[in-house]
Design a protein around this ligand. Structure first.
Ligand code: NAD
Length: 333
């Protein structure tokens, strides 16, 4: 966390790079930045011309001037030209998801989450980018006693995915801690982000889809796992604040403040749709910790940010999007 104070005077970016822009959080972030007047270079290996999810996620941006999409893989593409004149880089590109990371796909996690990050960092420092915001994860904390996780807690990642996210954030912070590094780094530890266009493997999406379609819902474990669910608009606001807060650096929790069980999520979905979901219980999966709960203090103090959207309201907004466009989201729950 030792950074050069002279490089910490960030302002609202005129031009920014968003990696992972075809994804769930990246597309919302790019949209919010463009609406605020920032020119956004969105970089993602998923090309909206050929990838249905990317096209869906980027559809709201298509009609707005100020968004430029570059379909490129950060593992091998030339990165420096993408960063020309950028005031901030938001690095969200990664392979997410705990479960596939146990299998043969792990090398993809290492390539995208660690090696590509190292390439991006090298380029950002050479191009003297004033600030880089990197998407980290609550998963770096691992199992807890149910209390709040504080940024200074000893990380104990419980899955290969979480190990790559810890490596990713620490790699970024190690670069920033070098003497005379021109780039200050903020690593945001997102806690279970949900909302419209959420990844289809995630629980709130699957629960709402089951409620809407009547398809059974697979529940891994007994439903007592608890998560600090964070609404997408809140996550985006925290991310933009991380680019503009003058002295922001180091790791910061981004949690919605809810610490709700999966059974309670099912109950909210039932009440929103007026139908009881048929639940198929399966064994818990490796790497799913019992509970996550963000200590909110540092986000409040450093970013001046706190969540605005409670879980019921956020799930209502999410459900309305799904109900309006069922064919886009109609995947098995
Ligand atoms: P997502 O899968 O929707 O988006 C990630 C995007 O990164 C994808 O569009 C993918 O194509 C792109 N990408 C992956 N590797 C790439 C590469 N080598 N080159 C170019 N593009 C590449 O995931 P998301 O849910 O929007 O998550 C965004 C970030 O936030 C990730 O870093 C994730 O680890 C982190 N995060 C998300 C959550 C959550 O609840 N969604 C929680 C904690 C952390």
């Amino acid at each position: 966390m030792t950074q050069q104070l002279s490089h910490q005077h960030a302002s609202f970016p005129r031009r920014a790079v968003v990696t992972g822009a075809s994804g769930f959080i990246g597309s919302h972030l790019a949209h919010a930045l463009v609406q605020a007047g920032t020119v956004v270079i969105g970089v993602d290996r998923r090309d909206p011309a050929t990838d249905r999810t990317a096209a869906t996620n980027l559809a709201p941006l298509r009609t707005l001037p100020g968004y430029i999409h570059v379909a490129a893989d950060l593992i091998g593409c030339a990165i420096e030209p993408l960063l020309i004149d950028a005031d901030a880089v938001f690095h969200l590109a990664a392979i997410p998801g705990v479960h596939p990371s146990w299998g043969p796909q792990f090398s993809d996690y290492v390539a995208s989450n660690i090696l590509a990050t190292q390439r991006l960092l090298d380029a950002a420092v050479r191009m003297r980018i004033p600030r880089l915001i990197v998407a980290s994860s609550s998963s770096v904390y691992g199992a807890t006693d149910g209390g709040h996780s504080v940024e200074t807690d000893h990380p104990q990642p419980a899955s290969p995915y979480a190990v790559t996210k810890l490596a990713e954030e620490q790699l970024c912070l190690a670069h920033a801690a070098q003497p005379h590094c021109p780039t200050s780094v903020v690593a945001l530890r997102y806690f279970t982000v949900y909302g419209p266009r959420q990844r289809t493997d995630m629980f709130t999406h699957r629960a709402l889809l089951s409620a809407l379609t009547g398809q059974p819902l697979r529940l891994y474990g007994d439903g007592h796992h608890r998560r600090d669910f964070t609404y997408i608009d809140d996550a985006v606001a925290a991310t933009i604040a991380a680019a503009t807060a003058p002295d922001a650096h180091g790791t910061i929790n981004v949690g919605g403040g809810s610490n709700t069980s999966l059974l309670e999520v099912i109950s909210i979905a039932n009440s929103l749709v007026g139908r009881d979901i048929e639940v198929h219980q399966e064994n818990p999966r490796h790497g799913d910790v019992l509970t996550t709960r963000a200590h909110p203090g540092r986000a409040q103090e450093v970013l001046g940010w706190q969540p605005q959207v409670d879980l019921h309201s956020g799930m209502h907004a999410h459900m309305q999007t799904l109900a309006a466009e069922p064919t886009r989201y109609n995947r098995a729950a």
